[in-house]
Design a protein around this ligand. Structure first.
Ligand code: GDP
Length: 361
């Protein structure tokens, strides 16, 4: 008889990136992906539809120099990043009482501090109850800063002149921590935080030089696996998800791109989601994923059909009757016709909210 206690299986936390325009959201996501790809002997990244997964062994490898500060034995299988940053896709990740996103990175340009969309992002995160950390970006532009590309922040910081350290502290505390405190959040540099449940972590990074990316990944992984364990427990049952985008694809008709946050979805499954004219009940014709090694930003991405997908994942679903599907709708796999009808009834209430959101009309 095994004496080993059964640890519940955890899925990848779903991470979104928000912040003011030009503060470096896209650059940060690109840098995270390219850093992970460069660590490819450890597995690189896995490309999904609308999302990328950085596997746990890559995070452990990148965070190796931080061992003393952040325990790097991970129980999560990795982190799933939603590829498109900003408000709009985030609003499509809604679920009852909150968000499909488990955690957020609020990007703030250290040379600018909080601006309009930083405050808007903060309000959104607050209203959807999504925990977050702040990536204090563009530290390479701090006066006197010497860049050490791709190094952890902790190591780069130690090598800086007293003047550069002072200038960094000035922007972190004089701008970012202050603005957060005015908004009712206690925050600190991540290296100085004792209780992460009470204090928002500020992680200095440069999306240009890659400094701080290892720290950012380690803090994200550490925080999510420690504090969101219950939420991340993976159920083997029917999938639950959220529709990120509805697209017209020549040859396939209307498809939906969905983020699956729980369970399993298979070819032939009955799915229920919202449409402009009420709930849609249909059957999954095929599940499409990017072919391995295809670059999502290059033209002519190849897709492969897969028999099933498990959470957390981004997947394209082809099925008939999706013409009216609504971005932002919940998506459920139903295991019987009665259950499909029950779910459809529950989804009815969601429709109005989605239609009046603006981008679906
Ligand atoms: P977004 O609008 O928030 O997605 O911002 P982008 O990622 O498009 O970045 C806006 C501009 O800032 C671009 O010109 C980037 O090259 C630049 N940028 C982003 N991150 C950094 C950084 O860490 N350091 C420096 N010096 N420039 C950056």
């Amino acid at each position: 008889m095994s004496t080993q206690s059964q640890q519940p299986k955890l899925r990848q936390p779903i991470v979104v990136v928000l912040g003011h325009v030009d503060h470096g959201k896209t650059s940060l996501l690109d840098k995270i992906r390219s850093t992970a790809v460069a660590a490819k002997e450890a597995g690189g990244i896995t490309q999904h539809i609308g999302a990328s997964i950085v596997p746990a062994d890559v995070i452990e490898k990148l965070a190796e120099p931080l061992r003393k500060l952040i325990p790097i034995k991970l129980s999560i299988p990795g982190l799933l990043f939603i590829d498109t940053p900003g408000h709009e896709l985030f609003s499509n990740l809604r679920k009852r009482g909150g968000s499909v996103a488990d955690f957020a990175i609020l990007v703030v340009d250290v040379t600018k501090g909080f601006q309009n969309q930083t405050y808007e992002s903060l309000d959104l995160l607050r209203s959807r109850k999504v925990p977050f950390l702040v990536a204090a970006n563009k530290i390479d532009r701090i006066p006197g800063w010497t860049s050490y590309p791709d190094e952890p922040f902790i190591i780069s910081y130690e090598r800086q002149s007293e003047e550069a350290k002072r200038n960094l502290e000035e922007v972190i505390y004089g701008k970012i921590v202050l603005s957060l405190s005015e908004q009712g959040f206690s925050a600190d540099l991540f290296t100085r935080i004792k209780d992460f449940t009470k204090t928002v972590a500020v992680v200095p990074v440069s999306a240009k030089t890659g400094e701080g990316i290892p720290d950012l990944l380690a803090v994200l992984a550490g925080l999510t696996q420690q504090y969101l364990k219950k939420r991340l427990q993976y159920a083997e049952g029917p999938a639950k998800g959220s529709i990120l985008e509805v697209k017209e694809i020549p040859g396939l008709g209307t498809v939906v791109d969905a983020i699956i946050y729980d369970g399993v979805i298979k070819e032939g499954d009955t799915i229920v989601l919202n449409g402009k004219n009420g709930p849609i009940i249909t059957t999954v014709r095929s599940l499409l994923m990017p072919a391995p090694l295809s670059d999502m930003r290059a033209k002519g991405v190849k897709f492969v059909s897969v028999p099933e997908v498990q959470a957390a994942a981004g997947v394209r679903i082809a099925a008939s009757g999706l013409d009216d599907a609504l971005a932002g709708s919940s998506l459920y796999v139903a295991t019987s016709p009665d259950e499909a009808k029950e779910i459809a009834e529950k989804l009815r209430g969601e429709v109005k909210e989605l239609i009046f959101k603006g981008d679906n009309v």
